[in-house]
Design a binder for this molecule. Sequence first.
Ligand code: BGC
Length: 731
Amino acid sequence: MRVGVGLLALPVLLGGWAVAPGAPGPGVPRAARAWADATLRAMTQAEKLDLVTGQFTRVFAGRDFVPAAAARPGSAGYVPGVPRLHVPPQWETDAGIGVASQVDATTRRERTALPSGLATAATWDPALAYRAGAMIGAEARASGFDVMLAGGVNLARDPRNGRNFEYAGEDPLLAGTMVGAEIAGIQSNHIIATTKHFAMNDQEFGRTVLSADIDEASARESDLLAFAFAIERGDPGAVMCAYNRVNLVYACQNDWLLTHVLKDDWHYPFYVMSDWGAVHSTVGAAMAGLDQESAAASFDKTVYFGAALNKAIEAGRVPEPRLDDMVRRILLALKAKGVVDDPPRIGRIDFSAHEAVAREDEAAAIVLLKNADGVLPLRETGLRVAVIGGHADVGVLSGGGSAQVYPRGGNAVPGPAATQFPGKPIYDPSSPLRAIASMLRHGKVDFASGENAAAAAALAAKSDVAVVFATQWSAESRDNSLMLPDGQNALIARVAAANPRTIVVLETGGPVAMPWLDAVAGVVEAWFPGSGGGPAIADMLFGRHDASGRLPITFPVSARQLPRPTMPGDAKKPDAPFDIRYFEGAAVGYKWFERTRQTPLFPFGFGLSYGHDTFDDFRVSEAKGTVTAQFRVRDDGHRWMNEVAQVYVSCPGFDDGVIWRLGGFSALRLEPGEARTVRVAIDPRLLANWNVVKNAWLTVGGTCRFALARSARDRVATARLQMAAGTLSEP
Ligand code: BGC
């Protein structure tokens, strides 16, 4: 992708997209266009209407749902193919964390669960996200699916959003890069991935009635930029429009979002599908840019496409070429992504290889937040360990809702099956207790459930170290508070009082408050750890793996620090429409904390390592329009370590120079004594602001500051560069 630059002054020309890190999608092959055009010409009107009107996997028969004959049972959706023209059926499944099964499905696929999306983001390692995506895609293919509803990149505007665990945090560059890599990995299996939920579906309460209101420049510099990065890097075959309204207009009939931004400005060539039940009109949605109504008869109030769309075409309210455009976009995605030539085949799954991917992902994702007096890593010999709480004897917690993966071996904490969305907590049967026991030599490990705090404290008192597993479930359709539930804060305080060598391992969908922080020696954020969770946590606790993760989201001290201390919406009137004014604009997460000069509990980008390294020789230069930061890093400890070098930028025009933005990053594995020179290219959009009048990115010119950092607040070196004023028109 190229960008034209109109320069108003020298000295630095921003002459082209400096893409960092990753690369833009490859575009659409000419052969795919030719096939789509020819197939479209051969299709009947009925076939076209079928292709743009999705079905659920069960259909109403009388008063009951029965499975739709050709659909994959217990999945999210189905669109019939056109066999005579070799258009394959679209078998859709949620797959952000692994191949999901619908919550109320009677037939559940047991599949490998990755750690949560937020955990994968905490690795800051796009190569790992790609491998994770490739794993998902392989299981999906072998399960007979070709359209993944995976690639969630909504920004974490509120740490309490119940779906943050599916997404990739609060920063557009990090989130877009990681989700883009996951999408590319998924699609390497000749299937389609779907980035979602476009856009600003940033809280669950009231998601179908709320309007997220934001000025255009702020939207372009935050939530939309995350989508732009994910789409450029991942080249997904589909985009899913969201439930909510954006600036008063439903996302699935929002012409500005779907047509102006996505299709015109970004030249998105593939199709927009609706979220399940997110369509509210025929003409409005069709003319705004919706290309496929998902699960129409089962989720929307009425079928808005299908026969209703045909009527609108006959009445001249939707031009026929618009239907052709919808169909062409769907055909193009099916062909370009490889579904037409290499349709999925149900086959064997290599679960042990896939569990290794999940374990590797989690090991790199765990964030060490506190490590007083080197309480971690634990020694493997002769230690008496008390493991407390969190069902750590049997498994690790996962996130719920449509992304729920049913793990191999079933729920480790069984009970009556949930029939209502979003289901109930599922524990992946990967036991931290068993993994800890297997790594200890001549030691002893005991377990207390934590239900009886006195018994847990007594066990802690007679142990060398106490490891408390604390959990907070997250699920689609509900938001969280920042407080750990079920008396776990009191349990931790009590255990810590009995043994100061207490380590808290958090299994949460996102940030929580830590009123007990000063009383404990160690804190570890393990997120929702996935199918390899138990051994990955033990690897990290014993130092077999470095403490590697870095926070992709700010941990506030309390909700009082947030732009909206109370979550918007009236819990007593869940169906009443309301507005959320995003007055913080693009100052999401760490940028908000910076602007309001507040100190969080733990900043974005933060995480301790067991190793030690030093940075030096930080400089920034420009060549051929690409701004590159360069530095040296040296592992000067005695062990290998993971480092995540972060480069932040601040230019004139960024909110009076107060705001630092993440401009680039690099996840590095370093061997003892190893020294390396690292270069990080900065995307020019991160040095600019969106100008609504010019419909372009604009740099105001002057001195930009650059910081090499270990977190959003820990800058170890700075550099400056004179930038010219100029515009970067969208390609
Ligand atoms: C969710 C989507 C999901 C769809 C199908 C909706 O409720 O918002 O993310 O892909 O259901 O399961």
